[in-house]
Design a protein around this ligand. Sequence first.
Ligand SMILES: *[C@@H]1O[C@H](CO)[C@@H](O)[C@H](O)[C@H]1NC(C)=O
Ligand SMILES: *[C@@H]1O[C@H](CO)[C@@H](O)[C@H](O)[C@H]1NC(C)=O
Length: 501
Amino acid sequence: MKAFCFTLTILCAVQSILAYPRPDFAINGAVSGSGQVKTASLDLGTEVAKTGQRSVDLASGYTLLTTISANLEAIGDAIAAPGVDLATALNSLAGDMVGPVAIAFDGVIAKVDAFTAVLSGTFDGKLAAIETDTGVYIGKQFADAFRATGTTLNQLKTALTTLKSDVQAARTAAGSSSTVSSAIIRSKIPTRSVNNVLTQIRQLRATVPLITFVVNSSLDNLKMVDDFIIAMKEEVVRGAAAYVTSFEAFKINLEAEPNNIKTKVETGLGEPIANLISTIKNELDTVAKFTEDLAPKVTALETVFTTSVTAKLSSISNAFGTYSSNVPTLIENLQVSLGESLCSPIKAVSLVQIANAGFSDFCFSKYSPRVFAQVSLTIDAFDVCFEKEVSRLLFLETVILSIAEQIAYNVADLFDNLSICLALPDANKGACFTMLTPYYDNLATKSEAHLSTVANLVAAETKASFNRLGACLHNSLSATTLAATDIASLASSCLTSGPQP
Ligand SMILES: *[C@@H]1O[C@H](CO)[C@@H](O)[C@H](O)[C@H]1NC(C)=O
Ligand SMILES: *[C@@H]1O[C@H](CO)[C@@H](O)[C@H](O)[C@H]1NC(C)=O
């Protein structure tokens, strides 16, 4: 290692010797320190070029982001150009052997002035546009960074002016000689003069990364927000799809409901009438008054229990079919609805990050996940609405079972009543059946009426349930909007109030 370092030292020394004499600072004579000025100005050029190097790919389609990004990049470029110009000019000056001194130095000083003018200018209104779009923080950071750079540029100008007159003095002292001797240089150009220029170049280079930081970090924030918006869009699409899954599952419940109700009706009604009286049917048919008077009423009753039941179950099935097919119309386009609800907090948390303020990262980290969560929270609330209506349908089934049981009472005594008539002496049987006829006539009518009640109840209840569901879903969306508005205002105030332990 030591040997290597030693070799390197020798090599460098040899190179320096080979490079002598080196004409510098617009005169044909070697000025000590010019090599460092050259290197430092190269470094300055590399550093200042970085202000215009960062760019971000924005894909969310949020035009505010692309507008801000374009303004930031334009400011970066507008700084890089005169900065690199100045660095190049300094580098050339340090190696200039031709002069004339005044022209060479004034050219560089003009570059200093041009750079200063850019930093103290308006950047074609772009700084103001950034303030309008993002608030005061980025502008303040720029102002801070520009002030430091501007101060250094001023000091560089002073140092260059001093060096200029020193070099001019050396040039004058050399008279008509094209070269300037090292004795003259040493007497007229103090090392301090060159060193002052070198110091200011190094200082200038040290102030530039802050400008680059402001540009880079502001652009990075835009990218972060862009990613957030893209993720948010995907989440809304996912949420809308989850909602479709939820209501499809609910529709399956609705479509299964007619069959559940059919089971309840059949359970409630019990045995078919034919079965109830099958053991006495032959005997009944031997009595003329039965077949003439009562049998048509029993048949009518039987029709209620068979044909009418089938017809009502079919209308019940239709009612659920209508309900089911109307469910998707309750929220026509959830993506749009969620987008509307979440628009303001998405914008608010985005602005919090875009602002590039002291609490930006903190506040964005605090509130952006909460906006994101709103989608799932809304879908969960929707699911509660669906669940609620499903459990209410179970109550409906219970009610229908009770009504069907009530209808069954109308035939519960039939066997007993007919048996009593049959047990009477032949002479009295006919009158017994005739006496029952008006009762069973009425029971047939009332049974039909009860069945209509079932069908009407279901028709009304499916409509009621549909409307309750609609109210519940839209109320959940309103709750989301409310929460979202809350998040938006909290996020905005977080920017100034910061953490709230
Ligand atoms: C800014 O971004 C440029 C380009 O990506 C990079 O070269 C440079 O190091 C960055 N500087 C800072 C201070 O972030
Ligand atoms: C029918 O039968 C029931 C049960 O046995 C009895 O309570 C009722 O009085 C009977 N009705 C007639 C009209 O016989």
